[in-house]
Design a protein around this ligand. Structure first.
Ligand SMILES: Nc1ncnc2c1ncn2[C@@H]1O[C@H](COP(=O)(O)OP(=O)(O)OP(=O)(O)O)[C@@H](O)[C@H]1O
Ligand SMILES: [Mg+2]
Length: 356
């Protein structure tokens, strides 16, 4: 599953237009696509034809553990589903304040739909807060739309610094690429800015430019992606071209994913061989895994230590379902510090929750 965040803290640079229409073009190319709307403005939700008044469950319910991601996904078109947002999502930051692992909520939720989608496209809000952090923690790639008509380069430094920080602190590398949007080929300014972006990002710029196209605006107002609205428009042509560029990278991304499968990636991760549990505990002598999947038997599952990284791992086969688990580090029971989903244990403390 390829997870792409569409991110830029600058407002109005074409994030939502890109997320909605790139997602739809990928679906037309027979990929199973999930669009995740993380913006409380819910523009992507509306552009997919879902109104707030439809009052379905949204990403707010997922972040607050009131629903699983599977419960809120709406299959809107063939191969194209959405996890909707609502104004309530603006309360997530406050609700999760101080909660351990709150940046990995989305990553845990997406694990449960790993086999159901080929692509997850995340529409981020115009800010670098908890919601954007959640998107960046689970994405392998980021598209940074840059509007070719204003002071759009300002603030990019902060975004790139955030991506760098993520790489250092979380051992999580994101491939990012800039995308020129709202490009007016008639103005010298657009061309100059495009050259500047190229100087800035080198070859990490998409070749396709998103030209100014009023039909994109009209399609969003109608609540339809451009492919369902006007396939003769330049907007459709551009987003289809972009989707082909994205599809052309599939081989390389798969290779990278396979390589990073060997790297340390903390928490429970679904892999081809089963669910891999990884915990960083360089000082520990023994680490064991217990859960309702083995009747909380503390002698059964021992993790293996990688002396170089200090990470303990174990891959086990688990059928689909919801599980509670904990680690036992040198005899002490703890919940998984790399998994934000927890439930209170009747005997005290917290159990970590995994949904497959
Ligand atoms: N290529 C384009 N041609 C013309 N208008 C466009 C184009 N791309 C986006 N727009 C319009 O520009 C406005 C901002 O676009 P969009 O909502 O995608 O930006 P955004 O980055 O998601 O904004 P926000 O930061 O508020 O979430 C919208 O009205 C959209 O219809
Ligand atoms: Mg938007």
């Amino acid at each position: 599953m390829r997870i792409i965040a569409v991110v830029n803290q600058k407002g109005g640079c074409g994030k939502t237009t890109t997320a909605v229409n790139l997602g739809d073009c990928l679906a037309l190319h027979h990929r199973r696509v999930l669009l995740v709307d993380l913006d409380p403005q819910s523009n992507a939700t509306q552009a997919m034809g879902i109104q707030d008044k439809d009052s379905q469950k949204t990403m707010y319910d997922v972040f607050c553990d009131r629903a699983s991601l599977k419960d809120i996904i709406v299959p809107q078109y063939e191969n194209y589903s959405i996890a909707a947002s609502s104004i309530m999502v603006s309360a997530v930051e406050q609700q999760l304040a101080g909660q351990e692992g709150r940046e990995t909520y989305l990553a845990s939720a997406l694990e449960s739909v790993r086999d159901e989608f080929d692509y997850v496209i995340i529409d981020c809000p115009p800010s670098i807060g908890l919601l954007t952090f959640n998107a960046l923690r689970c994405a392998q790639e980021a598209i940074i739309p840059i509007e070719m008509s204003s002071f759009s380069i300002q603030g990019l430094g902060r975004l790139l610094a955030t991506l760098e920080l993520m790489k250092e602190k979380c051992n999580h590398d994101i491939q990012f690429r800039a995308l020129a949007t709202i490009f007016d080929r008639r103005t010298k300014f657009s061309w100059e800015l495009f050259d500047e972006i190229k100087r800035h990002f080198g070859d990490q710029v998409y070749n396709t430019k998103m030209h100014v196209c009023v039909r994109l605006k009209e399609a969003a107002r109608e609540g339809r992606p451009i492919c369902r609205f006007d396939t003769s428009s330049v907007g459709f042509f551009d987003y289809d071209q972009l989707s082909k560029e994205v599809l052309a990278q599939e081989g390389r991304v798969a290779e990278k994913a396979a390589a990073s499968d060997e790297q340390v990636s903390l928490g429970p991760i679904k892999t081809k061989r089963g669910v891999r549990f990884t915990l960083l505990a360089p000082e520990a002598e023994t680490v064991r895994l217990v859960g309702d999947f083995n009747e909380w038997n503390s002698d059964q599952i021992e993790l293996k230590k990688d002396k170089k990284t200090g990470a303990w791992t174990k891959t086990i086969l688990l059928p689909e379902g919801k599980y509670q688990y904990r680690y036992i580090i040198d005899g002490q029971w703890i919940h998984d510090p790399n998994n934000a989903r927890t439930e209170y244990c009747p005997f005290g403390g917290l159990n970590s929750v995994l949904e497959l």
